[in-house]
Design a protein. Sequence first.
Length: 155
Amino acid sequence: MTGKLLDTAETHITIKKEDRRRARKKKAILANYFKATGSISRLCSHTQISRPTFYRWLKEDPEFAARIADQEEALLDYAESCLFTMMNKDIPAAVIFYLKTKGKHRGYVERIEEDFRGQMNVTREIKMTVVHTREDDTEFLKEFEAEINREVEIE
């Protein structure tokens, strides 16, 4: 079938066949989303479609997009459930993670405060290779080296 749609019985059958195939693939994606832990690459590979096709379906089919969003929420619910299971087992990393993410309003935040006023040191390194020099350039090169290695105050 080429770019134009013909109003024939054969074209109508081909379009319906394509719609059924697309519907089966979308159903397979939805059925396997949780098992694939939301990996779009894994889903596309399993259902033999390309990633651009998946994202086009998301954009063009609001019902499909809504069902994918529901699957994402279910996966997030599962992850939270696992986190709570770990917290119930007194796993410190799980407790700390929860407090850092959900307990911010109570002061459980991780902050890095640094004060650089008057403490900043700057290191400069210049590498030079002298390919050719005249005998009278030796003094100049010594002065130049002293100049580039001199410490500079930064305000």
